[in-house]
Design a protein around this ligand. Structure first.
Ligand code: SAH
Length: 285
């Protein structure tokens, strides 16, 4: 049976627990559990990961970044893990258009909302993180405004779990997801199959550099980070079709001006800015 790694980090409540939470939100986008620790005063953060080298690295990074906190690492059988997940992995509704579900809820009635099934694995993107939700919200708004049509092709740059491309497939579009991390592409392929959108979304390992220079996409989405988005600005803009839509995310609100400036320099007008917590996304259309 598949083994899973369980990492428990215990922190005194208050400001320290908030810092651990912020640390986790950058590294455990698939979510975690938060409970009162045995002493009643501290918080126990519990993360479950597939037992693979990246999970071991996560545990090592936790020990390195939080040398003063008790960290317990154990392996468990997948069965227990499934039960642990089901207890708190709830469907997420986004923009009135999408509902994101784990695979074991595939039969869940989503009503008029379009289901996106995502297996919570190592690749980033279960919809729990604001940066992902901001992109899906931008698609939902564009869909409701009638801007997205099935003849359009998308580029999902930094596809991770494949969630953004799958979301666009759900609106009838077709396109390509790429990621520089082969493991992410592997996860994305699983999710593409799980959602039955193999005909709509192709995948490749790589970044903007692997695209044909003259390829243009009606929708380009990139939820990466401010610094690489700034560095890639001219190349990303060159792949957006005339009159197309560009959605950038993974940007801290404090970095949004710098990203906007880089894309202004690459020829774009002022974007629409969406904010969720400390994160911002930028949308051009
Ligand atoms: N699109 C998903 C995942 C975002 S996480 C979502 O919105 O939830 C960012 C992903 O971008 C990671 O999987 C990472 O491997 C990938 N990535 C980082 N830099 C990249 C680059 N320069 N080109 C392509 N992918 C990149």
């Amino acid at each position: 049976m598949r083994k899973l790694l369980r990492v428990d980090i215990t922190a005194a409540g208050g400001e320290l627990a908030e810092r651990v939470e912020a640390w986790l939100s950058d590294r455990a986008a698939q979510g975690w559990e938060e409970d009162a620790a045995d002493d009643g005063a501290s918080v126990r953060f519990r993360v479950h990961l597939e037992d693979a080298p990246p999970a071991r690295e996560f545990a090592e990074e936790a020990a390195r970044d939080w040398p003063d906190l008790p960290i317990a690492v154990s392996t468990i059988e997948e069965e227990d893990w499934g039960a642990a997940w089901m207890a708190f992995f709830t469907p997420i509704e986004i923009g009135g258009v999408y509902e994101i579900l784990p695979p074991w809820m595939a039969d869940h009635d989503t009503g008029s909302r379009r289901p996106i099934l995502i297996e919570p694995k190592m690749a980033f993107g279960t919809g729990h993180h604001p940066t992902t939700a901001l992109c899906l919200e931008a698609f939902a708004t564009a869909h409701q405004a009638g801007w997205l049509t099935p003849d359009m092709r998308f580029l999902d740059l930094g596809t991770g779990s494949g969630i953004l491309g799958i979301g666009l497939c759900r609106l009838g579009l077709t396109g390509l997801g790429v990621d520089i991390d082969p493991q992410a592409v592997w996860c994305a392929a699983d999710n593409v199959r799980l959602n039955g959108v193999e005909d709509g979304m192709s995948l490749a390992v790589g970044g903007v550099g692997c695209l044909a220079e003259d390829s243009r996409y009606a929708v380009v989405a990139a939820n990466i980070l401010a610094a690489p988005l700034i560095a890639m600005a001219p190349r990303i803009v060159s792949h957006v079709a005339e009159g197309g839509m560009l959605v950038l995310s993974g940007i801290l609100e404090t970095q949004a001006d710098a990203v906007t400036a880089a894309y202004r320099a690459a020829g774009l007008p002022e974007p629409e800015r969406r904010v969720s917590g400390e994160w911002a996304s930028l949308t051009w259309r």
